[in-house]
Ligand binder design. Sequence first.
Ligand code: HEM
Length: 146
Amino acid sequence: MMAEALVTYLHYLGFMVLFAALVAQHLLFVTEANPQQIKRLFILDGMYGGAAILVLLTGLGKVFWVGKPAIFYAQNGLFHAKVTLFVIVALLSIWPTLVFFKARRRSANLPPDTLMPLPAKIRLVQRIELLAVVLLPLLAVFMARA
Ligand code: HEM
């Protein structure tokens, strides 16, 4: 009961941080960024990745450790839809992560007023991810009651 409550709390905390990091990164995104701005986008990307790992581990904890038996989820179409959408978001986030990682490495020793171009399409990818992250809790609440 205690473990279930804690895992559930960490699951919620994970997706709150994930959503906050993605919104902040989307708002701070610019197509011409100085090293300071790139550093900020890179740090937010790390928070986003860390939060995604927390969501995944606690989600797996809820399937295999606490709460309902794993068979409930194995037979639950909405669980499969939710995990598929989560995997799609994870795959979508690979390209922006690589862009921020490379930009961070390149900009580390540049003068603070240097502007580096970032692909404008990242904004679209972030919007698709945001939409998916809004739909994920909807799938989750129906999944829990299926
Ligand atoms: C950003 C991604 C995710 C979001 C926003 C999310 C959201 C939620 C929410 C809101 C609930 C509570 C549902 C309720 O009790 O009404 C929940 C429960 C749950 N989540 Fe997630 N989740 C995410 C990812 C995952 C992943 C990747 C897994 C599995 C690997 C997972 C497994 C579960 C399980 C097993 C439950 C318990 C459902 C029940 O009580 O039967 N979640 N999730």
